[in-house]
Write a protein that binds this ligand. Structure first.
Ligand SMILES: Nc1ncnc2c1ncn2[C@@H]1O[C@H](COP(=O)(O)OP(=O)(O)OP(=O)(O)O)[C@@H](O)[C@H]1O
Ligand SMILES: [Mg+2]
Length: 389
């Protein structure tokens, strides 16, 4: 049951929020009182559509609580977010001013409380107001327009880059096909010619695994550029891809003076896309090795099973992630201090972990180095063993 006292205090709070809202403070006391009296307060739940693109505008909205997203429909049922509004913002002013249909859909994220002011009242008040108020409004509208344009241009540039990456990778995959099948065939032949020699067989297998990996990596990059990563999950013992990863990179680690170690329970059977998981390890570990910049260091992978997740920690004792890129670290094309760095490695890693419903984050410092944490939900486990707390 709703507590009437709590409801009253909530209403009083919202009334105060309207009085303090920047749109209302643009006006003199007579007009701001009128606005407060005529505003209708409404609380909306998650995903409520406040208005659709193309609708005829009827209200101006003041955000008192929560968040509103503005989205435009692109291909099929996909939407692109073009702006957002948070408490003290207002929206819907374009339609109010020029009477044209709404240019985007407004939808609630989480929940939100808005104060709605009918269009005719806003127009009436604006008609009879001083130039200074109009200037303030103008200023606000321009600021928002700038922010929206900037975000839109960024998104457009990102898409253009992704299209280019996609086209480039397509060409690379095409060109790689024949030399790679040459490598596969010749290493297969060498293996047959020396079928008694275990060491040769092992090296040939390694060559073949690396060649297969090259195509898989290029194809994953293509999937990432298209935004269409498909998981091919299977049940595996987690320690196996880790050991395999160590083996594939052992010569590289030796050359780079890297001391690499793995601590992982022997019986953790999980259902994941192991090729893609290997890609994550590759991208994260290679970054650590590159950060050592030839002077060597330690990279340690530790796997732990908790009551609510499986956590992989990838710890290095390198120089730490540069401060300038920490905030947008996982965004595509964020790279720092590397010749030829595309800035896609960690973005791909994140997309793969999120496709598994997991999360990835890091701790970093100049003194102690960097640790990446990859958490996978317990739902990936297909074989149970006692959990750690
Ligand atoms: N373990 C680490 N220690 C220090 N800096 C790191 C570490 N991992 C990543 N970085 C920094 O983060 C940047 C972004 O990494 P990311 O893998 O996304 O792109 P990249 O390595 O520059 O390019 P790409 O992986 O596409 O070849 C790197 O350029 C590097 O400066
Ligand atoms: Mg990288």
């Amino acid at each position: 049951m709703i507590d009437p006292l709590a409801l009253e205090s909530r209403c009083r709070q919202f009334l105060m929020d309207i009085q303090a809202h920047q749109f209302v403070t643009f006006f003199d006391s007579e007009r701001s009182t009128k606005l407060c009296e005529l505003a209708m307060i409404e609380t909306f739940s998650d995903d409520t559509i406040i208005f659709e693109e193309g609708e005829i505008p009827d209200f101006l909205y003041l955000v008192l609580e929560g968040e509103i997203l503005f989205r435009k429909q692109i291909a099929g049922n996909n939407f692109q977010i073009v702006a957002r509004a948070v408490p003290n913002d207002f929206f819907g002013e374009f339609g109010i001013l020029d009477g044209q249909p709404r240019s985007a859909q407004a939808i609630v994220r989480g929940s939100a409380t808005l104060a709605k002011i009918p269009r005719n009242i806003v127009i009436d008040i604006l008609d009879n107001t001083r130039g200074a108020v109009v200037l303030k409004l103008f200023h606000y509208v321009i600021q928002r327009l700038r922010a929206t344009t900037e975000q839109y241009v960024k998104q457009l540039a990102y898409k253009e880059k992704m299209v280019l990456v996609g086209e480039m990778v397509n060409t690379i995959i095409h060109d790689l096909k024949s030399p790679l099948s040459g490598i596969q065939l010749s290493s297969g032949m060498v293996r047959e010619m020396h079928s008694e020699d275990e060491e040769t067989i092992e090296w040939c297998n390694l060559i073949q695994a690396q060649a297969t990996r090259m195509t898989a990596m290029a194809e994953e990059l293509l999937e990432f550029a298209r935004g269409s990563a498909v998981l091919h999950k299977r049940s595996i013992n987690l320690v196996e891809p880790l050991k395999h990863f160590e083996k594939l990179n052992s010569i590289y680690f030796q050359d780079e003076n890297v001391d690499f170690s793995i601590v992982c329970p022997e019986d953790l059977i999980i259902e994941v896309d192991d090729t893609k998981l290997a890609r994550v390890l590759q991208n994260i570990v290679i970054n650590a090795v590159q950060a050592f910049d030839g002077s060597g260091g330690n990279v340690a992978i530790t796997v732990r099973k908790f009551t609510d997740c499986i956590r992989l920690e990838i710890r290095d004792n390198g120089p730490g992630i540069p401060e300038d890129i920490r905030e947008n670290f996982f965004d595509a094309f964020v790279t720092y201090g590397k010749q030829g760095g595309t800035g896609l490695g960690t973005a791909i890693a994140k997309s793969i972990i999120e496709a598994h419903d997991g999360q990835i984050y890091f701790e970093t410092s100049h003194e102690t180095g960097t640790t990446f944490f990859i958490e996978l939900p317990l739902s990936v486990i297909t074989h149970q063993s006692p959990a750690m707390h």
